[in-house]
Design a protein around this ligand. Structure first.
Ligand SMILES: *[C@@H]1O[C@H](CO)[C@@H](O)[C@H](O)[C@H]1NC(C)=O
Ligand SMILES: *[C@@H]1O[C@H](CO)[C@@H](O)[C@H](O)[C@H]1NC(C)=O
Ligand SMILES: *[C@@H]1O[C@H](CO)[C@@H](O)[C@H](O)[C@H]1NC(C)=O
Length: 519
């Protein structure tokens, strides 16, 4: 009888999943094109897997799926220093991009604005709304994980970057700075003595900043932002520290072919490339003709979506055009304005179907800012690159590619055209870059399952196993001084000190009794 009931229950659960899937809240509040592409990718995969998705996004998708509800936080652009991030500002070194605390502050403001957004308030205030899982992007702030307290459900972190200590600390422990680098570091392993010291300093500095300043702000924002909604549901708000370290999993837009063979906990799953449609869309006819006709190959030049080529100073633009005009290759330049007096072999495109361009066999070189998505796409399609990094993770991405032998790096400067010319000649003359990137592309594609399938699998796994507690790292339970055995060191120190005192006492006794004997 009982087994009959069990069977019925199992059938009912299966049926409910076939019919409606799970209810998942996906949170990507950062107003940045690349991050929206990653968020949209997650939503598409979850919808395809049959789930009901509620999506907190700064740039709502064009989708008519009845299983998708979008919560618009496009007002977030007003709460993030976007305009500070253009090429001109970076050329003039107006922002110190090596100062991570700048990012913590900016994203803290952004996440508070997301919580305060009327659309998000309405969502949290709706008593009928429930979720089986919260899926939230980590960007220098853990605040949004508080949504899991509101809905009393497990949550999964999403990381847009290769694994680094700040995110691994949330699910396991920080990486060793002796052989891993900060996300915005200009160093790459193997590190020299001074590099190792500077990586250690960076980690300690950020930890101190968080402990002294940031953590308490975040706790207050958590209590103020989510407390009332949890209370309205008749529950007690769990302590911030418990929520912050309670992620079931971290899914990352990362893969060993693009990053490094970093040691990872069981709850970290690299799914880099999940957002790329395995079926490449066809090129628009005019672009297809241009690329088909380029008998000497095509050089594709794009500075990504955040930085725009039009922000380049005039003298750099004209010198680049002159240099490109002298090449045999066709140059496709993603440029947001019309350009007069274009050389014959240079084509300007205002919008670039980047994957389709990179997938074309005539695309022989990609000149890029080295953003993470571009890095993923070059390895996916096997195209060597010249990186012109400007800020954030771009230096690290480009340096990694250089180390892998698939790229050259050129610094953003007023001398850009000359340096670029030299790099182009080297890249085109030397076939090793192309061979190497195609080898890496093989590594990238050779996986047990496509990354989108892995994403869907792990999300389902977390919900079915009620938060996947079996994946949780035991390191989360051990305080730092115990990991360093400082308690043992203290015991050893005390024992040695005691021994020292005892021995000294005995010796003194001996000496004084000798003296007594002698006298
Ligand atoms: C490409 O080549 C074909 C045939 O050689 C020609 O008809 C076409 O006009 C060319 N297209 C472009 C964009 O140059
Ligand atoms: C947008 O995100 C990409 C990928 O993380 C990054 O390279 C770029 O610097 C970001 N832009 C801004 C304005 O932070
Ligand atoms: C932590 O996650 C587990 C599994 O999802 C859940 O049962 C528990 O209530 C969560 N704890 C807190 C404090 O959120």
């Amino acid at each position: 009888m009982i087994t009959m009931w069990k069977l019925l229950c199992v059938l009912a659960v299966c049926a409910s999943q076939i019919v409606s899937g799970y209810r998942i809240l996906v949170v990507f509040p950062f107003p940045n094109k690349s991050h929206s592409i990653l968020g949209h990718g997650v939503v598409r995969v979850l919808l395809d897997a049959g789930h009901q998705v509620t999506y907190i996004t700064n740039s709502p998708m064009k989708s008519s799926s009845p299983n998708l509800r979008q919560v618009d936080v496009s007002d977030n652009v007003n709460h993030f220093p976007i305009n500070a991030f253009n090429l001109e500002t970076f050329l003039q070194n107006q922002i110190r991009t090596d100062d991570i605390t700048f990012f913590y502050e900016a994203f803290f403001v952004l996440n508070k604005a997301t919580i305060a957004n009327p659309n998000v308030q309405a969502l949290m205030g709706d008593p009928a709304q429930e979720f089986d899982l919260v899926f939230v992007e980590w960007m220098f702030s853990e605040l949004m994980s508080g949504l899991s307290a509101v809905y009393n459900c497990p949550y999964v972190w999403f990381s847009s970057m290769e694994p680094h200590w700040m995110i691994l600390e949330l699910i396991d422990e920080a990486l060793n700075p002796a052989y891993t680098t900060e996300i915005m570091s200009l160093n790459s392993a193997p590190l020299t003595f001074t590099e190792r010291v500077s990586e250690l300093y960076g980690q300690l500095h950020t930890k101190a900043y968080k402990a002294i300043h940031y953590d308490s702000l975040e706790r207050q924002a958590y209590e103020k932002g989510f407390g009332p909604f949890v209370a309205a549901k008749g529950r007690v708000l769990p302590p911030w520290e418990d929520v912050k370290y309670n992620a079931s999993l971290m899914l990352a837009n990362a893969h060993v072919s693009m990053g490094e063979a970093t040691r990872l906990p069981q709850s970290f799953k690299p799914i880099g490339g999940y957002h790329i449609d395995p079926k490449t869309a066809p090129l628009p006819q005019d672009l297809q003709n241009i690329m088909d006709n380029a008998s000497n190959g095509v050089i594709y030049f794009s500075m990504g979506s955040t930085l725009q080529s039009k922000d380049l100073p005039h003298e750099i633009k004209t010198s680049l055009l002159k240099m490109f005009g002298k090449l045999k290759q066709t140059v496709l330049w993603k440029f947001e304005e019309n350009v007069p007096n274009l050389p014959k072999n240079v084509k300007i495109i205002k919008w670039a179907p980047q994957p389709s361009i990179l997938a074309h066999p005539n695309c022989i070189l990609f000149i890029t800012h080295g953003g993470l998505l571009s890095t993923t796409e070059t390895i996916h399609y096997g195209v060597p690159t010249i990186g012109i990094p400007a800020f954030a993770d771009q230096f690290l991405n480009v340096k990694r590619s250089v180390k892998k032998g698939i790229a050259k790096m050129v610094y953003l400067s007023y001398n850009l055209a000359d340096e670029l010319k030299e790099a182009i000649e080297e890249m085109i003359g030397n076939p090793s870059y192309r061979q190497r990137v195609q080898e890496l592309s093989e590594v990238y594609h050779d996986r047990p399952a496509p990354p989108a399938a892995e994403l869907a699998h792990w999300v389902r796994h977390v919900i079915r196993t009620r938060g996947a507690p079996h994946l949780r790292s035991p390191a989360l339970l051990v305080p730092w001084y115990q990991k360093l055995y400082l308690d043992l060191a203290a015991v050893v120190f005390v024992v040695i000190a005691l021994l020292f005192v005892v021995v000294k006492r005995c010796l003194l006794c001996l000496v004084s009794s000798e003296k007594v004997k002698k006298s």
